[in-house]
Design a protein around this ligand. Sequence first.
Ligand SMILES: NC(=O)c1ccc[n+]([C@@H]2O[C@H](COP(=O)([O-])OP(=O)(O)OC[C@H]3O[C@@H](n4cnc5c(N)ncnc54)[C@H](O)[C@@H]3O)[C@@H](O)[C@H]2O)c1
Length: 357
Amino acid sequence: MNELLIKSKIKDYKVVFKTNVVEVSETIKILPNKVLIVDANVLSIYRTEIEDMAGDGDIIPFKAVEDNKDLDAVAEFYAYLIDRNAKRNINLVSVGGGITQDVTGFVASTLYRGINWTFVPTTFLAQTDSCIGSKTSLNFQNRKNLLGTFYPPSIIYLCPAFLSSLKTIDYYSGIGESIKFQLMNPFVKPDLQDVGQKIERLRKYELLDEVIMENMAVKINYMENDEFDLGRRNLLNYGHCFGHALEISSVYDIPHGIAVSIGILFAGVVSVNRGIMSSSMFEGIRKIILPCLLVRYEERHYERNMLLSAMKNDKKRTGSRLSIVLSDNDFMLSKYDDLEEKEFYEALKTLIVTLER
Ligand SMILES: NC(=O)c1ccc[n+]([C@@H]2O[C@H](COP(=O)([O-])OP(=O)(O)OC[C@H]3O[C@@H](n4cnc5c(N)ncnc54)[C@H](O)[C@@H]3O)[C@@H](O)[C@H]2O)c1
């Protein structure tokens, strides 16, 4: 399949698959009035192709770190674009991973109330997850993804060849999100042995195209009829309630997708403690996730009060207790808004033992 059409209440958009980076350059270089915002690491690795892509358009390098996923970065882009007399017919092209997407998507959705925006995802996580779904997000006052808009790119050029230059840890961040999608696959009842084998193959850089497509199909299924995240789409937050808290408490030493897979383990401990998941199922999930964590357990990342306060700041939390998405023994997910502090502390203790084992 060369194209995938994503239906959206905002505007339908397409994911177009490309086999190499030169093909992406050739497609983009014919766009008029373009400005490229490019992840600085990607620019240094693919300078020739990116310069070719830009033609006579500007290239703005962007340092993709969580600290730059904020209103200051957005304001700098507004100023830059306005200074250069950018008009409503500008074509903004973003090249990079989820951080570049979140910041530039926010700019695209708000400048002149929305400009044309093309996205070229260059990380595994952005290709398999964030590039679809319409969300743009900014961090605010140490709260993850607190600000944001719903604004999909007009078109996404997806080229897995970019992934060959990713650092191992960033590649494994995509594996973390892939584990989540595979465990919540609504099309087949997930089988832990099959999921484990697939993840093993991903670790050998095999099956990439197939898994990217499968994960996207899972995401589309959960988003369908709930693009604005009012119901079923919330379940895609499996692993994220604790995962986001861990990203904050580790000061982003733990990359997003790896934090999410640790969040799935945390959710698993809570499910076992509540009697909705068997210990053997938890053990099966643990065996898949542990070899993919890459970041060693460090006590300073798991400061319990810091984690609790970050969980309390989760924007998905609606009541006075904590929110969490849990899986049962049949891989059926539900969102719970009743996690007590005592239960949180107990689960954290067990999680730490699990990680150290
Ligand atoms: N908007 C959404 O729907 C959504 C969904 C999931 C995650 N996110 C967000 O995405 C962010 C994580 O994004 P990410 O994991 O894609 O990574 P990222 O943007 O943080 O990039 C990770 C690292 O990889 C480098 N990099 C990017 N492409 C490269 C390439 N081809 N070769 C070499 N290095 C490359 C970057 O410079 C950076 O150092 C988080 O902030 C998360 O909250 C957003």
